[in-house]
Design a protein around this ligand. Structure first.
Ligand SMILES: C[S@@+](CC[C@H](N)C(=O)[O-])C[C@H]1O[C@@H](n2cnc3c(N)ncnc32)[C@H](O)[C@@H]1O
Length: 264
């Protein structure tokens, strides 16, 4: 595989340029070895030996383009992913942020919605829905469509405790469940590229998990800086397992708990 990659280095660079012109997504901000390997294996799976043969075909075929975007974005998500960290969020972090007024949160790179819905269900244990404002964004419009519909395979909610499951999900048949309209309507889902779009302001909480790992260090640092500007002083950034910020003070953050950073 490595030999194959080194033979197509020119090809990947060519592809990155073409991909940016076609989709607006700049892959130079993503760690190259993993991304190149992922996309090259798809290219090979479709029967092409090089990006130069593969990409022109993709551009003329919507399904192949969606498949390529899917492979690029890695949409894996789940409700209550890493449950103990959510427990920490709701028992130790939110109580120090919530003042009894509107609570503003951003689930950045929310994929198909499991993360912002998890947040909302937890917040509702502490505050009325009228006090909650959640923005949930992702670069992938297909994942956002799933998030807006809020329909999931029944097995995805197995790990949610049963009072919550019964309170917020209805059976849709064919082993599917749908999250209630009140929750769907309480979240604003919007397409947003963390690398190039402007960020919201005045937030109490940003959750950004399991996407920073795909970015180069420069891109990650630029995002950390923009997150700091997006938060109110005292606001919290919640990151994923391997996404620690190494010198948090350089970005106006202080680590208060593993995976949680307070904006100074
Ligand atoms: C592995 S999922 C993480 C989902 C969720 N945050 C979680 O932890 O379960 C990574 C998400 O990042 C999104 N993503 C990738 N690049 C992005 C970018 N430049 N801007 C915004 N979202 C991006 C992908 O579309 C994908 O939905």
């Amino acid at each position: 595989m490595d030999e194959q990659i080194s033979n197509t280095k020119q090809g990947y660079e060519w592809f990155v340029e073409q991909f940016k012109m076609t989709t607006g997504i700049d892959l130079t901000y993503y760690k190259r070895p993993q991304m190149e390997r992922r996309l090259l294996s798809l290219c090979n799976k479709r029967g092409y030996n090089s990006f130069e043969e593969y990409f022109p075909v993709v551009c003329k075929d919507q399904e192949l383009m969606e498949e390529l975007l899917d492979r690029m974005t890695i949409n894996v998500s789940e409700f209550f992913r890493n449950p103990t960290r959510w427990e920490t969020l709701i028992t130790r972090v939110i109580p120090r942020l919530y003042t009894g007024q509107t609570f503003s949160a951003w689930s950045a790179a929310c994929s198909s919605g499991q993360e912002p819905y998890t947040l909302l269900m937890l917040l509702l244990t502490l505050m009325p829905i009228s006090n909650v404002s959640i923005l949930a964004t992702d670069i992938d419009s297909h994942a956002l469509d799933i998030a807006r519909r809020g329909i999931y395979p029944e097995k995805e909610i197995d790990l949610i405790d049963s009072p919550m499951r019964n309170q917020y999900f209805s059976n849709r048949g064919l082993n599917k469940v749908q999250i209630h309209d009140a929750l769907r309507n309480a979240i604003t889902f919007k397409q947003h590229n963390l690398l190039s779009d402007s960020y919201p302001r005045n937030l109490d909480l940003i959750i950004c998990r399991n996407v920073l790992i795909y970015f180069t260090d420069d891109a990650k640092n630029a995002i950390a800086r923009k997150f700091a500007q997006a938060l109110k002083p005292g606001g919290i950034l919640f990151v994923g397992g391997t996404e620690q910020i190494f010198h948090p003070e350089a970005f106006q953050f202080k680590q208060i708990l593993p995976f949680f950073y307070e904006r100074l």
